[in-house]
Structure formats: C-alpha cells, structure tokens
Ligand binder design. Sequence first.
Ligand SMILES: Nc1nc2c(ncn2[C@@H]2O[C@H](COP(=O)(O)OP(=O)(O)OP(=O)(O)O)[C@@H](O)[C@H]2O)c(=O)[nH]1
Ligand SMILES: [Mg+2]
Length: 288
Amino acid sequence: MLCCAGDNERWKRLSEYTPGSTRKLQGHEYSRVCVQLFGMTGHGKSSLINSCLCVAKDIEYRNVANSGMSNKPITMMRNEFKINNAVYIYDNRGISKLTEEELFEISAQFCQLRTTGEVNWDDRYRINNEVLRKILQIQPEIIVPVFVYSAGCPLTQTIEQLDPFFREAYNMTDLFPIIVLTKCKQINTEELEYKFRQLGVNHVVRIENYTTTNNQRNPEIDTNILKFLNLCLDEADQGINLKLEKKYHQELLYKIVRLNTLITEAKERKLKQLQEEESSNQSSCIII
Ligand SMILES: Nc1nc2c(ncn2[C@@H]2O[C@H](COP(=O)(O)OP(=O)(O)OP(=O)(O)O)[C@@H](O)[C@H]2O)c(=O)[nH]1
Ligand SMILES: [Mg+2]
C-alpha cells in the first residue's frame, strides 16, 4: 500500500530498528521499546493500535485491539501488541478523572511494576522483598509515553488539569508524552496544540485513525501512522541517550521509593481527613 514519498524509508527504518540505532548509540542495556498509550476513555487508544498494526505489518485493517463505541469504557486491561522484535505498543484502561489513584497506577506502569492484565485503580502495591527481587530482574526497557486525545470530544477537565500526568510522565521517563490528536478531521486544532505545548509537550501529531467503518487503507493515513511510529523511535533513542550515564536499577529503585512515599502520604492524608470528619460529627451530635 505504501506509496507516499518517504514512506518506504520510514517503513524500512521501523523494520530495521534496534534500540539506539537511530543515533548509533552503543553500550546501553535496552533491547526493547515500549510505546505506552494513555488517554481518556473513548478517545481512540485501541483504534490507534489497530492503525499502527496494519500499517507496520502492511496488512488489511483488523480490529485486534477491540476498539468500539459504548457509553462505558471498553478496554479495562493493559494489553501488549508487537509491532516488531524491538517495538511494542501497550493499550490501557482509559483515564476517567485523573484521580490520585489513577496517577499512582500510571506511575507504577512507568516503573515497570505492571505486566499486562487488568488495570485496577485501587490496587496499590507495597515495597516488600518480592517486589525488590522483581526490580533486580527487570529487563530494562525504554518507555515512550503517548497521550491520545480526541479533538472531537471536549473534556470536562481543562487541558491545564492534565498537568500532573505530564509532570509524572516526565519525572518517570525523562520524556514528555507525544500527543496524538484523533477525530480531528476538519477541526482546527491550533489552540489545543498550543495548550499542550504550554504544558511542556514537544510533539503533537494529528491522526485520523482507521476504524471499523473507515477501514480501507489509504496513503494519507498510512503516512501519518508511519511518521508517528518513527517519532516514537526518535523519542526512544533520545531517552536512551539521556539515560546512558545513569545506573538503571539504581534509578528505578529511587523512583519506586519516591512513589511509595507519595502513596503513604496520600493514605495518611485521607486517614487524617476521615478522623477529622468523624470527630466533627461527634461534636455536632453532642450539641444536639
Ligand atoms: N472518526 C473517528 N473515530 C475514531 C477515531 N479514533 C477512534 N474513533 C472511534 O471512537 C470510538 C472509541 O474508540 P476506541 O479506540 O475504542 O477508544 P479507547 O480510547 O480505546 O476507549 P476505551 O477502551 O473505552 O478507553 C470508536 O467508535 C472508534 O471507531 C478517529 O480518529 N476518527
Ligand atoms: Mg480501548
């Protein structure tokens, strides 16, 4: 299908990629790149995966990631899809209100503490011997954070309220998420792009996904998808370059300890709030 200028080079670059190869980086431990999708529910994460898979493999569109229309969230699991031997893309449960619990789960994913499977916002973890053993066995992988945002579905939150997510992504991965604007046909997204850039974002790309009703491969969508995947490789190698000097497991441990402290503090805050509410209820009972 690929027939736009530059597509063959982009496709070849993707097929031949190994971590670090776009910058000829050597002496690092990374053997795979994990493109990790986040975004509000219904904004097109699973559709982006379907689009990436059919273009990267140059095959017909199939709904492998189970995208769909519903008034309820569809994807509830963290699922892995293989683009090639070096690049994997992860679908995710959609964010609802970006609560503290959701942010902790996102951080745990950035720390490689999550494998695939059900994503439960309340399922917090504790650092114990088992987790420490697991950390030492973790195969270093480079995480490229991606935030999928539908230009066609205004949110109840403002873009500024998404700031904690962008900060956390940067703290944990050294990269600002790539923004993928979906459902943007005939929509002027300049103002939206500006707002994301104000939060530190460097890359905003517009992609009209393949969907079950728009599933015929076409050069324009193919090119945009290939550009996006190539951008993920550039970001991955930028991340590797930044991390070359750092000791991977030491840094990972530091991040996990930091996350654990944040979780403990949040728990203590909630407990204190509950105790205060209880004692104010008791005093109002006495007055009555
Ligand atoms: N027109 C148009 N529709 C899209 C696009 N991307 C996704 N859709 C449609 O939007 C709906 C939701 O898409 P999904 O990919 O399932 O969204 P999701 O983010 O995975 O949603 P959850 O799994 O519920 O979190 C589906 O009906 C898709 O066909 C797009 O770029 N353009
Ligand atoms: Mg989904």
